[in-house]
Design a protein around this ligand. Structure first.
Ligand SMILES: [Zn+2]
Length: 476
C-alpha cells in the first residue's frame, strides 16, 4: 500500500512520494503565542501529529518544523497594555503551548523556530523581493506586489479578477498600490522600541509582517522546496497564498509539493463550558471541566476525518472518553490473562486470521488520506468479537499476542492506551538519587551534568521542601 494524501494544490488525493527517498521535510504553521492555544488551533496541531505518526509508520524519517509566531499585532497590543516587552509577554504562552502539546502527547517536532530569532533571514528574503521587483516600499512599509505574481491564488483556487483594480475605495490604506498587496515589513512605530519590536533593515527600521516568517524559516530549515506544508484551513487564504508568493518569487522554485489542510472546529453554542479567555475554549478550560486531555486528543483525531468539520461539545468529549476507556479496558483485559480463566477451547487460528484482516483494513484506511475514524471503527468491531471470545474462554496465548500486536500499532497513532513512557519515571528517580549522592559527595559538576542531561530530554528538576520533584518541559 502506498500512502495517499489529499493535496489542496491539485484538489486530489495523490500517492505520497518525497523528494528524497525515505526522508520527509514537513513545515506546519504553529501557534501565535499571544494567548493560550484554542481548541481549533489544537485540532490542527493534533492533525500534524497524526500525519507525522503515519509517515513514521510508513517508514519515513521526518524533519518536522513548526514555527512559533512571537510577534504580531495582538502580541504588540497585549505587551503594551501589560507594560512589558514582547519577549517577556510571550514567555508563559510559549511554555503553555509546550505543556498542551505534551498533555495531548503530540510528538515533538524537530525544530520550533521563533519568528524573532529569524529576522535576518526575513530581511534577506525581503531584500531579494525588492531587487526583483516583487515588492515595493510605500511610506516606510514594504509590500508584496501581487500583480507581479500571476500564479497568486492557485492554492485556494481563487479568482484573481476580483483582486485587481477598482477596489481601492474599499480601504483607507491608499499607500498600497493595490488593496490585496500585503505587508512584508512595517515601519517602526514610536512605541515599538520599548516593546523590543523593532529591527534594522536596509529598507528601514521596523518589524516583519506576519506571512514572511514562514517563508524565511521554511527555507532556512527545509530548503527552497520541501515535501509537505500543513495548516488549518483558515490559513489557506491569505496566509499560505502569501507564503507561496513570497517564497516562489524569491527562490524561483516551488515552495511545497503537497499542501494539507485540516478543517474547522466549531464550538457548540449555548454549551456550558468554562472559558477563561472568554471568546474561545482552551485545553486548560476543558481540563478544568474534568475532561481528560487524551479524550480531547481522541476527539480531535479519531472522531472525524481531518477534512471534515467538527463541533466541540461536552457530549462529544464524553463519547470520546468512553471510547478511550473501552480501548484501555480491552488492552488491560488482553494483557492480564489471569483475569479470564485459561482458554478451554482455544480458537486462536480463527482469531489470528481475523486480526490479520483487521490490521490490513486499519492500514488501508490510514493510507487513504489518514482516515483514522474508519480505521478505529474496524478495530472496535474486532474488540466486540474478541470480548465475546474472551467471555467464552476461547482465546489462548497466541490469540492474545496477536491482539496485543494490533493494539500496539493502533496506539502508535492514537497514543491513549499506555501510561507514562514505560520506565521513564523509574529512570528519572534513579538519576535524581544519583544527583543527590553527587551533591552529598560535593561533586557539583556531576550533579549539574545530570540536571542538564535531563533538561535536554524535556525533564526539569525542582528542589522543593519535600525533596526533588520533576516535571515535563519543552526539550532544551
Ligand atoms: Zn505559516
Amino acid at each position: 500500500m502506498t500512502l495517499k494524501l489529499h493535496n489542496t494544490l491539485t484538489g486530489t488525493k495523490e500517492a505520497f512520494e518525497p523528494i528524497e527517498p525515505g526522508q520527509v521535510g514537513m513545515y506546519t504553521c504553529g501557534p501565535t503565542v499571544w494567548n493560550f492555544a484554542h481548541i481549533g488551533n489544537l485540532r490542527a496541531f493534533m492533525f500534524y501529529d497524526l500525519l507525522r505518526r503515519q509517515l513514521q509508520a510508513s517508514g519515513y524519517r521526518i524533519t518536522h518544523v513548526m514555527n512559533l509566531t512571537d510577534i504580531d499585532d495582538r502580541i504588540l497590543d497585549q505587551a503594551m497594555h501589560a507594560g512589558t516587552t514582547i519577549a517577556e509577554y510571550v514567555k508563559p504562552f510559549v511554555a503553555a503551548f509546550f505543556e498542551d502539546m505534551s498533555a495531548m502527547r503530540a510528538q515533538p517536532a524537530e525544530f520550533y523556530p521563533r519568528a524573532t530569532d529569524h529576522i535576518p533571514e526575513m530581511v534577506a528574503m525581503i531584500s531579494t523581493l525588492l531587487e526583483r521587483g516583487f515588492a515595493y516600499v510605500a511610506d516606510g512599509d514594504v509590500y508584496f506586489r501581487i500583480e507581479s505574481f500571476p500564479r497568486y491564488g492557485a492554492l485556494s483556487h481563487l479568482d484573481r479578477s476580483g483582486l485587481r483594480a477598482g477596489q481601492r475605495v474599499a480601504t483607507d490604506k491608499y499607500d498600497k498600490e493595490s488593496v490585496s498587496d500585503f505587508a512584508l515589513w512595517k515601519n517602526a512605530q514610536p512605541g515599538d522600541e520599548k516593546l523590543g519590536a523593532a529591527w534594522d533593515a536596509p529598507f528601514g527600521r521596523g518589524r516583519p509582517g506576519w506571512h514572511i516568517e514562514c517563508s524565511a524559516m521554511s527555507k532556512r530549515y527545509l530548503g527552497d522546496t520541501f515535501d509537505i506544508h500543513c495548516g488549518g484551513i483558515d490559513l489557506m487564504f491569505p496566509h499560505h497564498e502569501n507564503e507561496i508568493a513570497q517564497s516562489e518569487a524569491a527562490n524561483g522554485k516551488p515552495l511545497a509539493r503537497a499542501w494539507l489542510h485540516s478543517e474547522h472546529l466549531a464550538e457548540a453554542t449555548g454549551e456550558k463550558m468554562s472559558k477563561s479567555a472568554g471568546a474561545f475554549t482552551t485545553l486548560r478550560d476543558l481540563m478544568a471541566a474534568g475532561h481528560d486531555p487524551l479524550a480531547v486528543r481522541f476527539f480531535l483525531i479519531a472522531n472525524a476525518h481531518y477534512r471534515q468539520r467538527i463541533r466541540l461539545s461536552a457530549e462529544a468529549l464524553h463519547a470520546s472518553a468512553e471510547q478511550v476507556r473501552r480501548l484501555r479496558d480491552f488492552a488491560e483485559r488482553v494483557r492480564t490473562p489471569s483475569r479470564d480463566l485459561a482458554a478451554v477451547m482455544p480458537d486462536d487460528d480463527a482469531l489470528i486470521g481475523r486480526v490479520r484482516q483487521v490490521r490490513a483494513a486499519y492500514r488501508a484506511a490510514l493510507d487513504d488520506d489518514l482516515n483514522l475514524p474508519q480505521a478505529v471503527g474496524v478495530v472496535f468491531e474486532l474488540i466486540r468479537e474478541a470480548n465475546a471470545a474472551l467471555d467464552e474462554m476461547k482465546v489462548g496465548a497466541p490469540g492474545r499476542a496477536a491482539l496485543l500486536g494490533l493494539l500496539e500499532e493502533v496506539d502508535g497513532h492514537l497514543d491513549v492506551m499506555g501510561g507514562e513512557e514505560p520506565g521513564l519515571a523509574d529512570e528519572v528517580e534513579r538519576l535524581i538519587a544519583e544527583r543527590e549522592a553527587a551533591r552529598a559527595a560535593k561533586d557539583f559538576a556531576r550533579a549539574d551534568r545530570i540536571r542538564e542531561d535531563l533538561r535536554e530530554r524535556g525533564i526539569a528538576l525542582e528542589d522543593s521542601r519535600d525533596g526533588v520533584r520533576w516535571r515535563r518541559v519543552p526539550p532544551a
